[in-house]
Design a protein around this ligand. Structure first.
Ligand SMILES: Nc1ncnc2c1ncn2[C@@H]1O[C@H](COP(=O)(O)OP(=O)(O)OP(=O)(O)O)[C@@H](O)[C@H]1O
Ligand SMILES: [Mg+2]
Length: 447
């Protein structure tokens, strides 16, 4: 059936609304009925008033009877009277026995009282002679349904709200719980779990959401396979390149021994070094991407680590100024000296390569309560804002004139990010106010 979800929702809402109206209607009727009768205890009290009056009436105690009526009137703050009815049929009509037996001037005390009437009804307790009526306007305190206004508000407003909230919750859960599963799976997929699937977890469900889950599964299957293939390709290729590269380096060493000053050989050596670096970096990157290892088994001093990296960099880039602001010590537990050191080195090398000679690169390490922030600012051309994320993609290089001067492979930052992440940190890039690029390494301090 097409639009299954629509029909499901339509049916649930329709049935739910009908049931809701039925329940409310039924409850209001029942409650009103239940609240419309004079309490047994009050009924007995009215009967007692009438009995006493009847007794005095039968004894012929007119004065005492008048006093008694007066007393009740004052006690109950109401109207009381004793009235004799004399039924006189006119125009030749006849009296009916049923009519005579049930004739009353007011309401019987066992009858239902209308809760909506403003005036209290007049109750009639007929004496045993059948034509003397003890009449009393129902005292306010005996009037049933005192809480009817609140009860009806509760039944007409609060109860529908509650039932509608339950109905909404049922619908919401029906729609949202598979969507949440889908969201969870999407997050897991984006975190690198390419095996995650959703359709089977939705059971026998067969609606639009189930079809969305199937689409997600086939997308995950296709993209997951593509990513794995690509990673294995990078890893296999780098691995396969190692052996011939070693052979070339060996042959090169032999050739260098006989021609130590040959410029072409020096050039080949330089290219070999670069290629070795690329192969090793690509292998490490593929390993970090595939295995997602947690490199958190060392305790290190960030200040020492930065100092030793800066010392090497000053040697490599003697014409640049490198300024460093670090605390005296910056102890970091559960980290990796090698991974973090390699990442900082890569970032610093980029910063120095893109900063013109005589320019300055600044490293600032700040300690906060639960993390360290290492900021590396350079005076290079920076990166266009919309490319700030892309520079962390493997083999991505900008096509600008400045970037053209720097010949790298585009692996450095991708590797640096993975290395920082494997120690539990984060790495991102910003443009800073004075131009140039700012790299931030955020390293949480484990509790
Ligand atoms: N400090 C920087 N200033 C300007 N652009 C930068 C800077 N750092 C990186 N980039 C840009 O980001 C791209 C990717 O940097 P990444 O370090 O990954 O690669 P690379 O330096 O080109 O090569 P590799 O590091 O593999 O030798 C660079 O090619 C460059 O275009
Ligand atoms: Mg680089």
């Amino acid at each position: 059936m097409k639009r299954r979800l629509f029909w499901k929702l339509c049916t649930t809402i329709t049935v739910g609304t009908i049931v809701l109206f039925w329940i409310i209607h039924h409850l209001i009727l029942q409650t009103e009925q239940h609240m419309s009768f004079i309490d047994q205890h009050y009924q007995q009290q009215l009967i007692d008033y009438a009995s006493h009056a009847e007794k005095l009436y039968l004894q012929g105690e007119e004065e005492k009877l008048a006093d008694w009526i007066n007393t009740i009137q004052q006690r109950e703050d109401t109207w009381v009277a004793l009235i004799r009815s004399k039924l006189t049929p006119l125009a030749g009509s006849e009296m009916d026995n049923y009519f005579i037996d049930n004739f009353a001037l007011g309401r019987d005390i066992s009858w239902k009282i209308h809760l909506y009437f403003a005036q209290n009804p007049i109750m009639d307790i007929t004496f045993s002679d059948g034509h003397t009526h003890f009449l009393i306007r129902l005292p306010q305190r005996m009037r049933p349904g005192g809480y009817w206004t609140y009860t009806s508000l509760l039944l007409q407003i609060a109860l529908p709200m509650l039932l509608l909230a339950i109905l909404s919750m049922v619908i919401y859960r029906h729609v949202m719980s598979p969507l949440r599963q889908l969201e969870k799976a999407t997050k897991q997929f984006s975190d690198g779990n390419y095996q995650v699937r959703v359709r089977d977890d939705l059971g026998k469900r067969n609606d639009e959401i189930a079809s969305l889950a199937s689409t997600f599964d086939s997308m995950a299957e296709r993209i997951g396979t593509q990513i794995q293939t690509q990673r294995h390709l990078t890893s296999d290729l780098s691995h396969e390149l190692r052996t011939p590269l070693t052979r070339v380096e060996l042959a090169l060493s032999i050739a260098e021994q006989s021609n130590p000053n040959d410029e072409s050989l020096q050039r080949i050596r330089h290219e070999c070094l670069q290629m070795r670096e690329l192969v090793e970096d690509a292998l490490t990157l593929a390993w970090l991407e595939n295995e997602r290892p947690a490199l958190r088994n060392e305790t290190l001093d960030l200040t020492d680590l930065i100092d030793s990296i800066v010392e090497n960099a000053r040697f490599e880039f003697p014409r640049h100024l490198i300024s460093v602001q670090t605390p005296e010590t910056a102890c970091l537990q559960q980290s990796s000296d090698r991974a973090l050191g390699h990442a900082i080195e890569n970032i610093l090398r980029n910063a120095l390569s893109y900063t013109p000679a005589e320019g300055e690169v600044n490293l600032t390490l700040k300690q906060h309560t639960d993390h360290y922030d290492l900021q590396i600012d350079d005076q290079g051309p920076g990166v266009p804002e919309d490319q700030l994320q892309n520079i962390f993609k493997p083999f991505f290089r900008l096509n600008s004139v400045e970037s053209g001067k720097h010949k790298g492979f585009g692996v450095g930052l991708a590797l640096a990010r993975r290395q920082v992440e494997s120690t539990g940190g984060k790495l991102w890039a910003q443009l800073h106010e004075k131009g140039g690029l700012r790299m931030i390494i955020h390293l949480p301090i484990p509790v």
